[in-house]
Design a protein around this ligand. Structure first.
Ligand code: SAH
Length: 248
């Protein structure tokens, strides 16, 4: 009899940043499926579970494997980093699951890199913000450029996911050049690398400095809005006029 497929956001990497729901689903599972980097993050806590890992760019295959296991009667924990619904596998699972009507699917939310990274930097988001992935594997670059331009014009806080890779080494630079057409050079920015993992590092920059900074795919980039300030080394967006009025 088909069992359950739990699509689990495991957060940025450390066990403390996993939800109780995620831990429960992993505990109940008989098989753990995922990209090998994410399975590696959890496997030591579950020595008796069967593990199935797949390399990057084999996303559909990973979904089919997970669904096949569930259809054959296993309780499957399908692990994704951060939140499975933010540049994760939750959508693809539902698309592929059309062919597996007997499998019950549950999406278990996790802490996305924007939230865990913001906590490392201080409080950069607070108000309206947008997430933009710089990966043009699934989105045409022209669309990414337009979104960057609109986000800058809208004075949003901006969080950049997938800011770089070997093939896209200059994408952050290209993105900053677009933002610099609207935003001032001294706009406060921050990067956080390996959030919740060994070697976590955070740094603050101006937008001009960020443009000339090399980052990798384990980094999330934050661009403040016009109110964002550095306070004692932290990146802080003030709560705003309404909060000021309340405290007067
Ligand atoms: N589903 C994930 C995002 C996957 S896209 C989430 O919700 O967080 C992959 C991108 O997410 C990376 O290139 C990086 O920009 C960001 N990211 C994910 N985990 C991270 C971590 N532990 N530290 C820094 N950035 C991370």
């Amino acid at each position: 009899m088909a069992k359950k497929l739990s699509v689990i956001g495991i957060g940025p990497g450390s066990r403390e940043m996993m939800t109780v729901g995620a831990l429960d689903a992993l505990e109940k599972s008989t098989v753990i499926v995922g990209y090998h980097v994410y399975v590696d993050l959890v496997k030591d806590s579950y020595p008796n579970k069967r593990l199935i890992t797949t390399p990057m760019k084999k996303e559909s295959e990973r979904c089919v494997l997970a669904l096949q296991e569930a259809a054959s009667g296993e309780d499957v924990a399908f692990v994704c980093s951060g939140d499975a619904g933010v540049y994760g596998m939750a959508g693809l699972v539902y698309e592929v699951a059309k062919d597996y009507p007997g499998v019950e699917i549950e999406i278990i939310p996790g802490i996305t890199a924007a939230c865990s990274g913001a906590a490392v930097l201080g409080a950069p988001l607070i108000h309206d913000f947008v997430l933009i992935s710089l990966s043009d594997l699934l989105t045409p670059w022209e669309k990414i450029e337009k979104r960057l331009k609109c986000a800058a014009e809208g004075d949003f806080g901006i969080v950049l996911y997938n800011p770089s890779s070997h093939k896209r080494a200059d994408y952050l630079q290209k993105a900053c050049d677009i933002l610099l057409k609207t935003l001032p050079e001294d706009r406060l920015c921050g990067t956080v690398r390996s959030i919740g993992r060994e070697g976590e590092t955070a740094k603050l920059y101006t937008l001009k400095e960020l443009r000339d900074t090399a980052v990798d795919m384990f980094t999330t980039v934050f661009i403040g809005n016009s109110e964002t300030r550095e306070i004692n080394g932290k990146m802080v967006t003030p709560r705003g006029y309404a909060a000021e009025r309340e405290t007067q």
